[in-house]
Design a protein around this ligand. Structure first.
Ligand code: ZZB
Length: 258
């Protein structure tokens, strides 16, 4: 799988993370790194998701930067030219996802320059970096999770203002209008992020619809088809140093447990 690693720079640590991390990273800038298959949707980021029970590492990438992601993704990156020394990773600290919630980070290319880290039940430790950037206009999982969090902020132990950004129209399609995800979530009568089976089907449809029938509503490539815009947005982010290629050998994704 060819992902794009999105570098979301930490602006303010959550209280819990600040206590743990402050003296561990030296002078490095720290980034949460989200793996996405949809770089063209980055204009509509409203927040970022982590799994509360997942353990994340803070990895020194070089003297200037550190990445927050799972150990296995850091290892993958070390063989893909992302780290200073091939095959070597340097973990500065380990932190639970729950402690990252409430951290304020930059969201490159988004209409919302700064967003918060929020909890999601369905983040897999075995996929991508374990960090998921949230685009509720185009991802049914993101839309439903954001809806759940807003309904039950206290239950999810978040401050309502962390989930305050509304979905932003990014892609238009003839069938679903300016926001695919809310439309498909409604169509499938999805009630919560626990409706995993329906969400998987909704995701499938949202992917196909966006990719084959979508037109960009926003950004440098506004008016282009999604198929045309996708690699262009990706290249533009990489060129600006806001993202990097991240690949995951497909067979290994399921068979690994850490
Ligand atoms: C932003 C985005 C915008 C995404 C969208 C999707 C969509 P797939 O196809 O199942 O491989 N993701 C990445 N890592 C994880 C993880 N560890 N656990 C759970 N979800 C994860 O899914 C790849 C997508 O799943 C990635 O692309 C990421 O969300 C999420 F409009 O990034 B995406 C219709 C989907 N739309």
């Amino acid at each position: 799988q060819e992902y794009t690693g999105i570098k979301m720079e930490v602006v303010n640590w959550s209280e819990a993370a600040a206590k743990e991390i402050a003296d561990k990273v030296g002078n490095r800038k720290v980034f949460l790194v989200a793996a996405t298959l949809r770089p063209e949707t980055m204009y509509g980021q409203t927040n970022c998701f982590v799994g509360t029970a997942i353990k994340y590492g803070v990895f020194a990438i070089n003297d200037k930067e550190a990445f927050v992601c799972t150990h296995r993704s850091a290892r993958n990156m070390s063989f893909q030219g992302t780290t200073a020394v091939r095959g070597q990773i340097h973990q500065l600290h380990e932190i639970e996802g729950s402690a990252l919630v409430g951290t304020k980070i930059k969201a490159p290319f988004s209409v919302n320059p700064e967003v918060y880290v929020l909890p999601m039940d369905n983040v897999l430790a075995t996929k991508g970096t374990g960090v998921v950037t949230s685009v509720p206009s185009d991802s049914p999982d993101d839309y439903q999770t954001l809806t759940d969090l807003r309904k039950k902020a206290e239950f999810y132990k978040i401050k309502p203002e962390w989930a305050a950004h509304d979905p932003i129209p990014v892609i238009s399609t003839p069938t679903y209008g300016e926001m695919i995800a809310p439309a498909v979530v409604k169509q499938f009568k999805i009630q919560s992020q626990k409706d995993i089976k329906q969400l998987a089907e909704a995701k499938e449809i949202a992917y196909k619809e966006g990719f084959y029938n979508g037109t960009m509503l926003i950004g440098e490539f506004k008016g282009l088809s999604v198929q045309e815009a996708k690699p262009k947005v990706r290249d533009s982010m990489i060129e600006k140093g806001l993202a990097f290629p991240y690949a995951e050998p497909e067979g290994l994704v399921i068979s690994r447990s850490s």
